[in-house]
Design a protein around this ligand. Structure first.
Ligand code: IMP
Length: 190
């Protein structure tokens, strides 16, 4: 079964491929010649996942799924949330986002946060949503060089390392996206 994951991010493709059963051929947007940046115009994480999945199924006619993720920080009233990618500006710069987050949390003792991923799956006859969450805290400074995005400052609950100090395998056991993907896989198996 060929399934399009609506992403240009090779890190995400690698993470998700490692979780899927072998009979699912997972390809990214570049492999179907979709090189545009799909607009994410919703003000919710769910809404953006749905927009991206619908864009691909309508324009390219493939079974597909799209994910959208937000980092919700308690002391910032849930920000950056749906704005996580552009927190520090339109360039979607991971380092700038991390720097802004640490600046906004400077002196804050409540460092509780969670990653939330929503996946919108569009098959020929049905559309379904899945969700995955991982709770944790925001570190005082970046640590580690694995992963991407906010990984260097996110310490998952029960760990002392940041996501960026864990291997992909370790991150995949507990991450928000892995939890959402597991829901997706359970569904695809039925
Ligand atoms: P997107 O929905 O995957 O585009 O992600 C929104 C924002 O959250 C971007 O800034 C990503 O870098 C960040 N993000 C998404 N997934 C992860 C993750 O697994 N670790 C760290 N940051 C992530």
């Amino acid at each position: 079964m060929k399934l399009v994951f609506a992403t240009h991010n090779p890190n995400k493709l690698t993470e998700v491929r490692a979780l899927l059963p072998k009979h699912i051929e997972l390809v990214g947007l570049d492999a179907i010649d979709c090189h545009e940046d799909i607009p994410e115009t919703s003000d919710t994480i769910e809404g953006n996942a749905i927009i991206k999945a619908n864009y691909v199924s309508k324009k390219y006619d493939f079974d597909c799924f799209a994910d959208d993720t937000g980092l919700e920080v308690d002391a910032l009233n849930g920000a950056p949330g749906v704005h996580s990618a552009r927190y520090a500006g339109a360039t979607k710069d991971d380092n700038a986002n991390v720097a802004k987050l640490l600046k906004d949390l400077k002196g804050e003792t409540n460092r509780k946060a969670r990653f939330k991923t929503v996946i919108a799956l569009n098959l020929e006859r049905e559309k379904i949503l899945f969700q995955g969450i991982v709770n944790g805290t925001i570190a005082e400074e970046p640590r580690g060089d694995q992963g991407f995005g906010y990984d260097p400052v996110f310490i998952p609950e029960g760990y002392s390392k940041t996501f960026a100090e864990l291997s992909i395998l370790e991150k995949n056991k507990i991450s928000h996206r892995a939890n959402a993907i597991r829901e997706l896989i359970d569904y695809l198996k039925t």
